[in-house]
Design a protein around this ligand. Structure first.
Ligand code: UGA
Length: 335
């Protein structure tokens, strides 16, 4: 296996493996020196995971987000097309944008056709250009359309994956420990729990997300490698149907589980506070995705895959991992 990345912090344990070579360089550099062409020509499959996938970055440097998620990826897509190498493109469930239901609030969520997300039927509904949070979703959508077009015009073998909030160990960064800035919700709440700070709910925490274990996600990838003919030419939602909850519910559950894992009942009393989108993401606020309810029949029928791991198990594993590596355990022991 050959990888390209500027950083190796999350995969240090793999670096000495006989079957793995990492090139520490950007896509631009790898294309310029020919190492990318060599790798794509040699590979049976190319998995493109490169992107800036962090809502705070959508607010503060949207042009870099668009560049990394769309333009930087184009040489890889073109190489796969030229060399007829199977491309697995990681997109995002965020390409669905807001649900149609969210625009007809008087209907509530009474009609599943207006909010359940199906790869082949659901429209992709994004807000105005001035709401910069859509820069990532629209860049990813354009890349999906480009990949799909090359499949149609030039028979490029491809698979597009739309992940639903993958959670697990080594996910994201923890500010002040292994990164700076504002990460995604899982890491924000873990940071608050580690540091005895309030957990912040943006706009009341009413938005809903479907949380998926990284282990289920990896199983989905393995199912694709096992069934390349079933996987090519397809778009797959990859997520855990039963694991939908509000961000407020997520905060409460994480606080409970953290208290259990750390044997520190005080954590149950950490405040959970409301903040506005403007306070959290800066001027312009944040036009949020209201719900991400997955229809995963495509993955089940073509790959024989469905997610198995429930939300509490996902949170316990992930919280335990971060607690082990970053918590100040002396503080609990001395109390
Ligand atoms: C992000 C990306 O934009 C998606 O493309 C990607 O699929 C997804 O992460 C993912 O992890 O798979 P999103 O779920 O909106 O999407 O990102 P988060 O930053 O994790 O936010 C989730 C929700 O929690 C949002 O409503 C956000 O406003 C809220 N939030 C975040 C809080 O209430 N408090 C926080 O401290 C952080």
């Amino acid at each position: 296996m050959v990888g390209f990345d500027l950083e190796a912090g999350k995969i240090e344990h793999l670096l000495g493996h006989d079957n793995f070579t990492l090139h520490r360089k950007s896509i631009d550099e790898a294309v310029a020196d020919g190492s990318m062409q060599e790798a794509v020509a040699w590979a049976d499959v190319v998995v493109n995971l490169a992107a800036i996938c962090n809502p705070y970055e959508y607010a503060i440097r949207p042009s870099a987000v668009i560049k990394s998620s769309l333009f930087d990826a184009l040489p890889i897509v073109d190489l796969c097309c030229e060399l007829n190498t199977w491309l697995i493109q990681f997109s995002t469930c965020e390409v669905y944008g807001r649900t149609v239901s969210s625009y007809v609030p008087e209907e509530g969520y009474s009609d599943p056709d207006l909010y359940v997300q199906s790869e082949s039927r659901t429209p992709l509904v994004m807000g105005p250009v001035s709401k910069q949070r859509w820069c990532y979703a629209s860049a990813k959508q354009t890349l999906e359309r480009y990949v799909y077009a090359l499949g149609f015009e030039r028979q490029m073998p491809f698979t597009i994956i739309r992940p639903y909030n993958f959670f697990g160990p080594r996910m994201d960064f923890i500010p002040g420990r292994d990164g700076t800035g504002i990460p995604r919700v899982l890491a924000c709440f873990i940071t608050a729990l580690l540091d005895d700070e309030p957990l912040l709910l943006v706009d009341g925490g009413t938005a809903r997300r479907t949380i998926t274990s990284i282990h289920d996600a990896i199983d989905a990838m393995m199912a694709m490698f096992d069934r390349p003919h079933a996987a090519t030419g397809q778009i797959f939602n990859i997520g855990a149907d039963g694991n939908e909850l509000t961000i407020s519910e997520l905060a409460h559950r994480m606080r409970e589980i953290y208290a259990d894992v750390s044997c520190d009942p005080r954590k149950r009393n950490l405040p959970i506070l409301n903040v506005t989108g403007e306070e959290f993401y800066g001027k312009g606020g944040y036009e949020d995705c209201d719900r991400r309810v997955i229809d995963s029949t495509n993955a089940t029928s073509l790959l024989g895959w469905s997610a198995k791991i429930g939300i509490d198990e996902i949170l316990r594993e992930t919280i335990s991992y971060y607690y082990e590596i970053y918590a100040d355990k002396t503080a609990v022991a001395t109390r």
